[in-house]
Write a protein that binds this ligand. Structure first.
Ligand SMILES: [Zn+2]
Length: 241
């Protein structure tokens, strides 16, 4: 069976708090152990300040990569700093991160050039379409190399807007039960919180089927598949790091 890539975005909760780190991560790690799932955790590096031991715990079995330093949306003014500083902070804490994922899949023009300059090997920041956020119509649905960086684009369940993330499985449940299983999946631990409140229209959509229902939806999606992180996938598929 082809192994698929499991990714987790480790960031502040959608309401700006940090409940999911203590309430959801330990349970998620146990579940991953039980199911022999390995994952890449795209981690906001500013979390290291208060949650170093949790992130060290995750790294015993899973890969840690960067999800920027502050989780601010990248723009031409902050992108270079977010990419460089995150890498530096991880290094200070003993992590040699190789991968990067931009907050909300929003990138700037020199994205790949900056990643190369700051010695990242791969990226997972491209997604096909979201109104007002990004539009990469010609994007491939499989990994490829661009400017010396391996790109893991976010695949779609249903082209063009429904990305293969837990948010969309929840939003479109129960129709999503019949969705295909593309090569990569992503989730946010705060989606497992009960009663989390998001902001605005997107926030309201994200609240749908959260908490226990999200756990159920997630389980039925992942079980019966083999899951590994980005770096292991690169090794198994002989993509050079
Ligand atoms: Zn994020």
């Amino acid at each position: 069976m082809n192994k698929k890539i499991m990714t987790v975005d480790l960031e502040p909760d959608v309401d700006g708090r940090f409940r999911s780190l203590t309430e959801c991560i330990p349970k998620l790690l146990n579940y991953f152990d039980d199911q022999k799932i390995k994952a890449t955790f795209f981690t906001v590096s500013s979390l290291l300040e208060k949650h170093e031991s949790l992130i060290k715990e995750i790294s015993k079995k899973h890969e840690i990569s960067s999800h920027s330093h502050t989780h601010s949306i990248l723009n031409p003014a902050n992108t270079s700093w977010e990419i460089r500083h995150s890498k530096e902070v991880f290094k200070e804490y003993g992590f040699d991160v190789k991968g990067f994922r931009a907050p909300k899949f929003i990138t700037t023009k020199n994205h790949f050039k900056l990643l190369k300059e700051h010695e990242y090997s791969y990226d997972s920041s491209l997604a096909r379409y979201f109104p007002g956020r990004y539009a990469n119509w010609g994007m491939k649905g499989k990994p490829y190399v661009k400017d010396g960086i391996i790109e893991f684009p976010s695949p779609n369940f249903v082209w063009p807007m429904v990305n293969s993330g837990l948010s969309y499985l929840k939003l479109l449940h129960p129709v999503s039960k019949v969705f295909p299983k593309p090569y990569m999946f992503y989730l946010h631990p705060w989606e497992f919180l009960e009663g989390v409140e998001g902001k605005g229209f997107v926030g309201t959509l994200l609240e749908r089927n959260s908490g226990r229902k999200a756990v159920e939806i997630f389980r039925s999606y992942v079980e019966g598949q083999k899951w590994i992180g980005c770096r292991d996938w690169m090794k198994e598929n002989k993509l050079k790091i």
